[in-house]
Design a binder for this molecule. Structure first.
Ligand SMILES: [Zn+2]
Length: 789
């Protein structure tokens, strides 16, 4: 009975609303938006309220309601996230633009690839016409890092204002731009963080980060996948948004630590990766400075530009290689949704500015005080609407710049210029087996919009024979910069501050995917003449079901390397189970396990875990001395313990192995390798290096470098128990791509060693053999060690 009344009431209300809409649209040009729900009506609170987070289903419900009530919003599901949640996008623009959405897509396609405009002589004329009609495409991405809760909450405020406001400024934005709004690039993380936050609300642990990765496999590294495309969220964003819409502007909304500036905006600090087109640098400089200037004029404080964040890598900036500027905004954090109070003296310097001093790229001073979630959403909202204002007021300029990038990319190559890359492939069967690294590299390039030709017959170039199927990547194509960045070595500049200390990069310094995958890419400078073979797109295959009986160590303190390891084992269908620190402390290890992998993590964290008082009691503690004893027994009775990168230091210290980390504790001026590809030499007679080339790579980042100690009796095994399997060359420069200071210190030193102990062994990797699921070149070392016994 009640239900019936409600249904009738709803029917009546919806009839009224249809009636009102028809009436009003007959009277005025702008439709009425009296029925647009506010976020509060759906969530029960306003995004930005203290101590309130929305669940993912609430966010989806809110956008569904907008779609139902507003003719400015279309909401769609693009696919499913890693954990099966809807991965969604809202398109927001004027009702008139919605009627010609396909036309606008087409305009984008043609401006992005001017070859589609016909003969070169008529392209500028045709482009001018399209620029006159086109719209600025703005992609707003929120929430890739789920503990940065302000942005997915702001997405609802942004959408509501765009859907409901009739201010002239909003009308201009709707008329001149098409906004693609992704409320979260990581829907799974929204609930992981909210569940933890709600569980700890009102306890001493309120506002702490959850004790698990907020993306099932990659955690914070989900924002380092934009050139390897290993995760479904990256794939959906690239396939269904970037490659379809080619946005001119991407506003990627993030949060930074609490103690620096209130807001970072581009321009980025040096260095800019040399393949980023100059128009992109111009574009983000102009737009970032505009937003900063306008916000300062409105009274916002603590804004910095040209600091902390560089533009070195495609791993975070797909758009920089695809015609669009990335406007990273980084607002200072609170403690999730819990406010904090900061004293001015607590603020501290980050790269390029001091928040306690006004300077050319920082100011005006923010003097401390309370910092609430609504401060965060306020900074984010203001920046986003200024960005949209610029995008709409400078529509033609954005489109022209976009066309210029495409035009420059497809112009004929000049004499002496780099023309492209050859990737040799040998295959007896006439197809590339899907398990090969060449196949994987080509599929990545193709997903990134690169046209890859395949030879129909053999080709000889500078004395080298390339078999049919070998790949040719010509560089006069729209997204050539992306291919070039991935196929060449990086030479990171030797940047120093005024005291002569190296200036650390924001992330890592190398992204040579061909090297990481162990695939040759040979540059060519003269035109090649060849026939193309027709081949379909490529999908990578897997390693097959291997019964290694692997245990993967999972510390209570989440570490991304554990997530990546888990992803790799699952992707390659290797049977494994998680071994937690509590199990290592208490249980008996085995007999179901043959090997245990300890992923990269500081030795101290592996041993001690969270410190007492920082997290709920059940999460406190690492493997501890008891766990070390259990691990020793596991090895002595025949198990294999595999330690990745910093975990090797844990093993050396705890098991008193006769090795020394020769770079431990060195100042950066003496030795520094902030994420680079080094040259590794291998003993290929050893089972762990079987099927490997004599020279390979090592991904070095916070990495130990080993020296065997041959004297002293403080060790648990003699030095004769150590077998060095991989080392840095005694003669050649260890650096292949990226940045390395003090390379001479590691020449001839060990990077991969096996230590036998009792009936088992410990394998020490001084690098990350499965780095971010990108270093395919060294996967065999990892998988061979799983089977070692
Ligand atoms: Zn972030």
């Amino acid at each position: 009975m009640r239900k019936k009344t409600l249904a009738l009431l709803l029917l009546f209300l919806s009839l009224v609303s249809v009636f009102q809409r028809t009436q009003l649209s007959a009277q005025t040009a702008a439709p009425a938006h009296v029925n647009i729900p506010t976020p509060e009506e759906v969530l029960g609170f306003t995004p930005g309220d203290d101590r309130k987070l929305a669940s993912w289903s609430q966010v989806v419900e809110y956008f569904t309601r907008l779609d139902q009530t507003s003719d400015r919003v279309k909401f769609e599901e693009l696919g499913k996230s890693t954990m099966g949640k809807p991965f969604v996008m809202a398109i927001i623009t004027s009702p008139e633009n919605f009627e010609r959405l396909e036309d606008y897509k087409k305009i984008q396609e043609q401006l992005a690839d001017p070859r589609k405009l016909g003969a070169p002589t008529s392209r500028d004329r045709k482009a001018a016409e399209l620029i006159g009609r086109g719209k600025t495409i703005v992609l707003i991405t929120c929430g890739i890092h789920s503990t940065e809760v302000g942005s997915y909450l702001s997405s609802m405020l942004i959408a509501h204002r765009l859907a409901s406001s009739n201010e002239p400024e909003i009308q201009n934005i709707l008329t001149n731009t098409i906004i693609l709004l992704v409320p979260s690039l990581n829907p799974d993380g929204v609930d992981i963080v909210k569940d933890w936050y709600d569980k700890t609300l009102g306890t001493p642990y309120e506002g702490t980060d959850p004790p698990e990765l907020y993306h099932k496999y990659t955690g914070h590294d989900n924002n380092r996948d934009w050139y390897a495309f290993t995760q479904v969220e990256t794939q959906l964003t690239v396939d269904k948004i970037h490659n379809v819409w080619h946005p001119q502007i991407v506003n990627d909304i993030h949060q930074q630590g609490a103690f620096g500036s209130r807001l970072f905006l581009p321009p980025y600090m040096a260095p800019v990766e040399p393949n980023v087109p100059k128009q992109i640098v111009e574009g983000y400089t102009e737009l970032g400075n505009y937003i900063a200037r306008e916000m300062r004029a409105k009274g916002f404080k603590g804004i910095t530009t040209n600091s902390t964040y560089d533009a070195w890598s495609p791993s975070r900036a797909y758009s920089h290689y695809h015609g669009g500027v990335r406007i990273l905004s980084e607002t200072a954090s609170a403690k999730l949704a819990t406010p904090i109070t900061l004293k001015f003296e607590d603020l501290n310097s980050r790269e390029g500015y001091d928040p306690k001093k006004e300077s050319a790229n920082f100011g005006p001073l923010w003097c401390g005080g309370e910092w609430h979630l609504h401060d965060i959403t306020n900074y984010m909202m203001t920046a986003a609407f200024l960005l949209l204002k610029h995008a709409s007021e400078n529509r033609e300029q954005w489109l022209r710049r976009f066309y210029e990038i495409g035009k420059e990319a497809v112009r004929p190559t000049r004499n002496g210029e780099l023309r492209g890359f050859l990737v040799p492939i040998t295959s007896r069967s006439g197809i590339i087996p899907p398990s090969t690294n060449q196949y994987r590299l080509i599929s990545v390039l193709q997903r990134g919009g690169i046209e890859v030709d395949r030879l129909a017959s053999p080709l000889t170039h500078r004395g080298e024979r390339f078999e049919p199927l070998s790949a040719v990547i010509n560089l006069n194509q729209p997204y050539a910069a992306f291919a070039k960045a991935l196929l060449e070595a990086q030479h990171y500049p030797n940047l120093r501050d005024s005291a002569g200390h190296p200036i650390p990069p924001y992330d890592v310094t190398a992204h040579s995917l061909s090297m990481l995958m162990g695939v040759k890419a040979i540059a060519f400078f003269k035109p090649l003449s060849y026939q193309k073979m027709k081949v379909g797109p490529t999908i990578w295959g897997s390693f097959g079901d291997k019964e290694f009986n692997v245990g993967l160590f999972k510390s209570s303190v989440p570490t991304m390397d554990e997530g990546w390891s888990r992803w790799l084992l699952e992707d390659q269908q290797v049977r494994y189970r998680i071994v937690r620190d509590s199990e290592i402390r208490s249980g008996k290890l085995g007999p179901d396990l043959r090997s245990i992998v300890i992923p990269d993590q500081p030795a101290r964290t592996i041993l001690n875990g969270y410190a007492t008082g920082t997290m709920p009691p059940e999460l406190i503690g690492g493997v501890g001395p008891e766990g070390v004893k259990k691990l020793r027994e596991f090895v002595e009775t025949g198990g294999t313990l595999i330690c990745l990168n910093r975990a090797s230091d844990f093993a050396i210290e705890q098991f008193k192995l006769p090795l020394r980390d020769v770079v431990a504790g060195l100042p950066r001026t003496d030795f520094y390798v902030p994420g680079s590809i080094l040259r590794l030499e291998l003993d290929t007679n050893h089972p762990i290096a079987r099927a490997m080339p004599k020279e390979s790579i090592a991904w070095a980042e916070d990495s130990p470098v080993f020296e065997v100690i041959t004297s002293g009796n403080q060790f648990s095994v003699p030095s004769s128990n150590v077998h060095v399997i991989g080392w840095y060359s005694r003669v050649k420069d260890p650096l292949l791509s990226g940045w390395l200071l003090g390379g001479n210190r590691i020449k001839g030193k060990a990077a991969l060693a096996e230590v036998t102990m009792g009936k088992g062994r410990i394998i020490l990797f001084g690098f990350r053999p499965q780095y971010r699921a990108q270093s395919l070149a060294t996967y065999p070392l990892f998988f061979n060690s799983l089977g070692a016994r």
